[in-house]
Design a protein around this ligand. Structure first.
Ligand code: SAH
Length: 458
């Protein structure tokens, strides 16, 4: 992405002083995810342009983001640009102008162009968002391929906004609004982002007609955070722009932690003493189960040998006491083949696993678990595909390994049919931050055996 800011006027080389960046000297700004370059493609009395070019290091970025796409992907390109903006022009954003304070406090004839701004959804929203701030808005969008118009528009635009504004306001508007149009991927937002939004939005966001849209999208529709921001914006609007100091609430736990805790609660409530975790992966749930003395026999099953090795390592099984070793068993096996080792447990957990099975093998899995293993309680979780919209996953699945992802209606239909067929009753719970329309990111079904096994199909 490239951002340029042009100052038109009498003595425009002063832009260098306002930005604390000398036009004669190109500069490199080191960022944790790459580099940004600041240089001036044009400098004259009447017209001066500064450019901020972002060069993201994808390897560094992926190292920083870890493996869990939901929680750890910290930024997407447009928010990287916002970060670069504060790093490069942070002093100007505070409104400091030193010997040019009067100029820093004045409205200047400025325009900004953002090249390749990720922009999904309705491009008209660009006007709806920037015009109330006093800008004229122009954008150029592209068809994906000139020869194949049916492929539609690319999800990038070149955006230009022009107006009579203070430089610090222009920078703050860009900081908040560039990520608003980028709904591509989820990135981790927490209450720190609420603080940044309120700080950067001070004086203009509280009364913006699109404040709901801006807040929602900036905070990636994390309902709890949006509500938090809204309460504070409402207070700011009433207080004429004064920022209300707030105590930052604790960082919310990650979705997989929330999910495992929700599963653990159900397992405990089931009164189980023996538990089998089917598709245990690297043993996240097993680690929680071993800490609880309610559970006397704990077994993890996975088809992947390396996952079991990792589980064993994380549970420190090789160095564990004999009693611990006899309490925990790890089994390599597949959930789609009948296996006597799966029988004899009070409760079975199948956490984020069914979506890894081919739909054609689901019936085999149902029989293995509900007909042959037959624990009294079965806890199943799977992604709720309706929530993908909030993560910005517009087509395909959240994870490339997933063979399917179900809406709430689809999951509930499968669960009801399966429960009925094998003599279970099922209750549903949502896990994670709830969105009014899309529900929660994870959905859970808790099956309880009613003792009647009347298998109605072969
Ligand atoms: N339950 C774990 C891991 C979920 S990832 C957690 O919540 O952290 C899905 C896991 O299911 C992977 O470890 C994968 O190896 C395992 N898996 C996929 N298909 C399987 C099958 N047919 N039998 C057993 N395990 C399977």
């Amino acid at each position: 992405m490239l951002l340029t800011i042009t100052y038109l006027g009498q003595n425009t080389t002063e832009l260098g002083y306002l930005l604390f960046k000398n036009p004669a000297r190109p500069q490199v700004v080191e960022l944790s995810f790459g580099k940004a370059y600041v240089f001036y493609p044009e400098v004259s009395r009447e017209r001066t342009t500064v450019a901020l070019l972002l060069d993201v290091d994808p390897i560094g970025l992926s190292k920083r983001s870890g493996y869990d796409y939901v929680n750890d992907r910290p930024y997407v390109s447009s928010s990287l640009m916002s970060t670069a903006l504060t790093k490069a022009f942070g002093t100007a954003m505070t409104g400091r102008g030193d010997f040019h304070q009067e100029l820093a406090d004045s409205r200047l004839n400025l325009s900004a162009t953002v090249t390749m701004l990720p922009c999904r959804g309705n491009h008209q929203n660009l006007s709806a968002v920037f015009e109330p701030l006093g800008y004229e808005v122009e954008w150029e969008s592209f068809t994906l391929d000139d020869q194949f118009h049916q492929w539609g528009q690319a999800s990038y635009v070149n955006l230009t906004i022009t107006g009579e504004v203070r430089l610090r306001d222009l920078l703050k508007h860009l900081y908040v609004l560039m990520p608003v149009f980028d709904a591509h991927k989820h990135y981790w937002v927490d209450s720190e982002e609420v603080d940044k939004l309120l700080r950067m939005g001070e004086g203009w966001l509280a009364d913006h007609p699109m404040k709901q849209y801006i807040t929602d999208r900036y905070l990636k529709r994390q309902r709890r955070l949006v509500n938090q921001a809204f309460e504070q914006l409402a207070a700011m609007s009433a207080n004429d722009g004064d920022l209300i100091p707030t105590e930052a609430p604790e960082k919310p736990p990650r979705l997989n932690e929330v999910r495992l805790q929700a599963v653990l609660n159900q397992v405990k409530a089931s009164g189980a003493s023996t538990v089998i975790d089917l598709g245990c992966g690297e043993g996240n749930l097993l680690k929680l189960l071993v800490k609880d003395s309610q559970f006397t026999k704990i077994t993890g099953v996975d088809v992947a040998h390396h996952a079991l090795e990792k589980s064993s390592e994380r549970l420190m099984l090789t160095d564990a006491s004999e009693s611990m070793q006899s309490r925990i068993t790890l089994i390599q096996g597949s959930l789609t083949y009948r296996d006597a080792r799966f029988s004899g447990y009070d409760t079975a957990c199948v956490v984020e696993v069914i979506e890894h099975l081919d739909l054609g093998r689901l019936a085999a899995f149902e029989r293995v678990l509900f007909e042959y293993a037959r624990p009294r309680t079965i806890v199943v979780t799977t992604p709720n595909s309706e929530y993908n919209e909030i993560y910005g996953v517009e087509s395909g699945h959240r994870h490339e390994d997933h063979r399917f992802e179900w809406t709430r209606a689809e999951f509930q239909e499968w669960a009801h049919t399966t429960a009925q067929r094998y003599g279970y009753t099922v209750a549903f719970l949502g896990v994670g931050d709830e969105d009014e329309t899309c529900g929660t990111p994870t959905q859970m079904g808790v099956f309880t055996s009613d003792g009647n096994l009347e298998v109605t199909c072969a």
